[in-house]
Design a protein around this ligand. Structure first.
Ligand code: GLU
Length: 444
């Protein structure tokens, strides 16, 4: 099987040698620094916790930050220098965990914010990890498969001293995919002289990946939406869903929503958005995307802009693209009637959060809503360590159990504190990390 034919072929392009990777829609109206945003969210939650000043200072900073600059041989014979990062925010609850992002926009502050969100996310769903994130400044859509492999193997080598199954376990994020994880796993293993599958998660299944990992984030999004509907006494069948982003998260969210009997009325990707008020045939759209690598041009829907998509009437709006999508400019235009379910990390700025709250909309926050990915990453790591693999049904059932339990943990905390689900999730996550820190005590 060639990479183009592989089921993990988000890197594969049917149209030529240039690699195509998981894409996301972006049209940031006003871009807020993600780390500033993460700190403002933290400051909103901290007063509920009565934390000592020293713990607050510690939790607001990242434990370890590595910046690497490295050369890659390009196909035309030239050498190009790239910059990458790997940041460990916190390891109080276990080894750090988090994805690697390939994007032209990545910078250290974004990686810090994403690492911090991973710490809270792992604590919210109560899996034994801290938080980390990595990134390389590059446009994977402009790299050939060969260049992408060279870049990945060299980046993996540069960050090798601080990753490992007991130390820090990378995974896919925007712009990366199972094939890239396979190269990282192979590079790390070559350095050790034996196979170390548990060094990354989100790998292809044939080298120690978990069944159901690829689908986990999107499924997890819909499990939380389903539980919210049940809890609030709403009917999910026939509910109108709008999904921004048709990468790994957005496409599986749309697929799962479709399977649950919802009506997916609009979706988008980096090239544009499509709308059909009677509901898009998602399996048919997925076939189309497989062939044309974009949702644009799908005949059974009208083309609209990304801004129009965010303002469509619907029951549930799922921002599953990138940060800074719901801002003080776009949030007032949102016409979702029930929920905003954050498939992406950090899609809503704190101002937008307040606006949506005032509008009476419930926001299922990223650190709960999209945690399905890291939950199944945890199952993958456990399976690798034990060399004992589970069936997909078992994986998905355990995922459902954790997402449902976590939804109620957060919802109950929100009721107790009379606050938003976001604030409650942060209080829960930050509280668990603070407790672990205090239990361990300070060394020396
Ligand atoms: N990148 C995903 C996230 O933001 C998954 C991380 C992981 O599986 O470690 O949650």
């Amino acid at each position: 099987m060639t990479i183009q034919d592989s089921p993990y072929a988000l890197v594969a392009s049917s149209q030529g040698p240039k690699a195509k990777v998981d894409s996301a829609s972006t049209s940031p109206q006003q871009v807020e620094n993600a780390y500033t945003m993460a700190l403002r969210q933290f400051d909103g939650a901290a007063p509920f916790l009565n934390l000592k000043a020293g713990i607050v200072d510690m939790l607001k900073r990242c434990k370890r930050e590595l910046t690497v600059t490295f050369p890659v041989k390009m196909d035309d014979g030239s050498v190009k220098i790239f910059t990458g990062y790997r940041v460990h925010h916190n390891t109080a609850r276990g080894p750090s965990k988090g994805g690697i992002r390939y994007s032209p926009q990545v910078d250290l502050d974004e990686v810090r914010a994403l690492a911090m969100w991973m710490t809270w996310k792992c604590a919210v769903v109560n899996i034994p990890y801290g938080g980390a994130k990595g990134g390389v400044i590059c446009n994977p859509r402009e790299l050939s498969l060969h260049e992408l492999e060279g870049l990945t193997r060299r980046y993996a080598t540069e960050i090798a001293p601080i990753i490992g199954p007991d130390r820090d376990i990378p995974a896919p994020d925007m712009g990366t995919n199972p094939q890239i994880m396979a190269w990282i796993m192979d590079t790390y293993s070559m350095h050790h002289g034996y196979s170390v599958p548990a060094v990354v998660t989100g790998k292809p299944v044939n080298i120690g990946g978990s069944a159901g990992r690829l689908e986990a984030t999107g499924r997890g999004v819909m499990f939380t939406v389903q539980e919210a509907f049940k809890t609030f006494g709403w009917q999910l069948a026939g509910a109108e869903i709008v999904v921004q982003g048709f990468g790994n998260v957005g496409s599986i969210t749309a697929q799962t929503a479709h399977q649950m009997g919802c009506k997916v009325v609009a979706v988008s990707d980096i090239d544009g958005a499509i709308y059909n008020p009677t509901g898009i045939n998602i399996p048919k759209l997925q076939q189309y995307v497989k062939e044309f690598r974009t949702v644009v041009g799908f005949s059974e829907a009208e083309q609209i802009t990304n801004d129009e998509l965010l303002a469509l009437p619907c029951d549930v709006l799922v921002p599953a693209a990138t940060e800074n999508q719901l801002t003080r400019v776009t949030a007032p235009r949102v016409r979702a009637r029930k929920l905003v379910a954050e498939g992406a990390n950090g899609p809503t700025t704190p101002e937008a959060d307040a606006i949506l709250n005032d509008m009476g909309l419930i926001v299922i926050p990223d650190i709960l809503c999209n945690a399905g990915g890291v939950v199944v990453s945890y199952f993958e790591w456990v399976q690798d360590m034990q060399q004992l693999f589970w069936e997909e049904d078992a994986v998905t059932e355990q995922l459902r159990r954790i997402m449902v339990r976590s939804f109620h943990d957060v919802h109950n905390r929100a009721k107790e504190l009379n606050t938003s689900l976001r604030n409650a999730a942060l209080v829960l996550g930050i509280g668990r990390v603070a407790e672990a820190t205090m239990t361990r005590g300070l060394y020396p």
